[in-house]
Design a protein around this ligand. Structure first.
Ligand SMILES: NC(=O)c1ccc[n+]([C@@H]2O[C@H](COP(=O)([O-])OP(=O)(O)OC[C@H]3O[C@@H](n4cnc5c(N)ncnc54)[C@H](O)[C@@H]3O)[C@@H](O)[C@H]2O)c1
Length: 335
């Protein structure tokens, strides 16, 4: 039974908390948040102890792992504390805001021989997973081009509005479009160049919309588009399209203002060049549940983390930072 301490009782802390509640083989023993009211409320809901900081939690609580759901700029400090105390770490994406921090996090995980995983949830999202399985099966021939899009309203839930400060969240490239960049790296492998255009509104977090053209070492290419400069009730939108030699995978998903309607079904279509059209048989399971389950299963069975590793997190940050540079410097960046 993996004893979990959730650090950060905001949007993601609550989402992960609900996942662990449903998950056999795990128990949330502690919730840590420097805003006592929020931390105590989630702790009560999960039947866990509340702590105002991770130091006290690590000193007093019998815990196997920590699940970091805090503003990105705290990831290095809190991962280091947890790893040095011998606790496994699931850390929300992005791993960091700089490659230096990502390298230090990878180092500290290795040195302390703990398991480290990054919350790159698309690697556990059933429709994205099924689409990758189809591509990998070779049934549609080689993947030639990918398009992955993520659009949302301006985040309004962040505690203290940290998400709207580029210095804390990295803006859309590191905070939002990184999901799609990570998925495209998972699908196509190492990138060679990125050329991106974007819109920057400093008071809304820096780059608020980005369109990043990625070339991969294989010679294939993809476009990652993401933005949060939408108002009103604009629905959270995800699109995935993979054009392959023998057909195209196509998925459009709209999930309510803040992904609250993510359980609703939206078919993944496959359009084969032969004329055959069909939908993929996708199991309806909450992606955050599946992500937390993978982490907990690795701990309970002492298996290494092989998907959404800290190294995967670093690769996504490297691409997102390069895309950002490309927007600001108006040039193609080599990776
Ligand atoms: N995977 C996804 O789909 C997804 C979606 C949203 C956010 N995220 C990620 O989740 C993380 C948290 O985002 P959020 O939306 O939950 O933010 P949030 O602002 O809603 O919650 C963050 C919480 O952390 C607490 N906190 C801040 N500093 C702390 C510290 N040093 N120690 C303990 N608690 C601290 C805050 O009080 C707040 O309650 C970020 O890394 C973000 O990128 C991922």
């Amino acid at each position: 039974m993996a004893k979990v301490s959730i650090v950060g009782a905001g949007f993601m802390g609550k989402t992960h908390g609900s996942a662990y509640k449903e998950l056999e083989g795990s128990e949330v023993v502690a919730v840590v948040d420097n805003v006592a009211e929020k931390g105590k409320k989630l702790a009560e809901e999960l039947g866990a102890n509340y702590y105002p900081d991770l130091d006290q939690c690590l000193k007093e609580e019998d815990t196997d792992c920590v699940d970091l759901c805090v503003p990105t700029n705290f990831n290095l400090e809190l991962t280091t504390k947890a790893a040095e105390a011998g606790k496994h770490v699931l850390c929300e994406k992005p791993i960091s805001l700089s490659l230096e921090d990502a390298d230090r996090m990878i180092e500290v995980v290795k040195k302390n021989n703990i398991k480290g995983m990054i919350g790159h949830v698309l690697r556990f999202w059933p429709e994205y997973v099924k689409s990758k399985e189809l591509v990998d099966s070779g049934k549609l021939g080689e993947p030639l081009f990918g398009f992955a899009e993520r659009l949302a309203v301006i985040p309004d839930w962040y505690e203290g509005d940290w998400g709207l400060d580029e210095a804390y969240s990295g803006g859309v490239p590191l905070n939002l479009a990184i999901h799609d960049m990570d998925y495209l790296l998972w699908l196509f492998g190492r990138p060679s160049t990125v050329s991106a255009q974007g819109v920057s509104i400093p008071k809304w977090g820096g780059i608020v919309h980005i369109s990043a053209n990625i070339e991969f070492k294989t010679g294939k290419s993809a476009l990652a588009e993401g933005g949060w400069a939408f108002g009103g009730d604009f629905p959270f939108t995800m699109v995935l399209r993979v054009i392959c030699e023998k057909g195209t995978i196509d998925w459009l998903f709209r999930a309510g203002k803040n992904i609250e309607q993510r359980a609703q079904k939206s078919m993944v279509y496959v359009y084969e060049n032969s004329g055959n059209t069909y939908t993929l048989d996708v199991e309806q399971k909450d992606p955050y549940f599946l992500e937390c389950k993978y982490f907990v299963d690795c701990i309970n069975n002492d298996r290494p983390i092989e998907n959404a590793t800290f190294e995967d997190g670093r690769a996504a940050v490297e691409l997102a930072l390069a895309a950002k540079r490309s927007v600001y410097e108006k040039k193609i960046i080599k990776l």
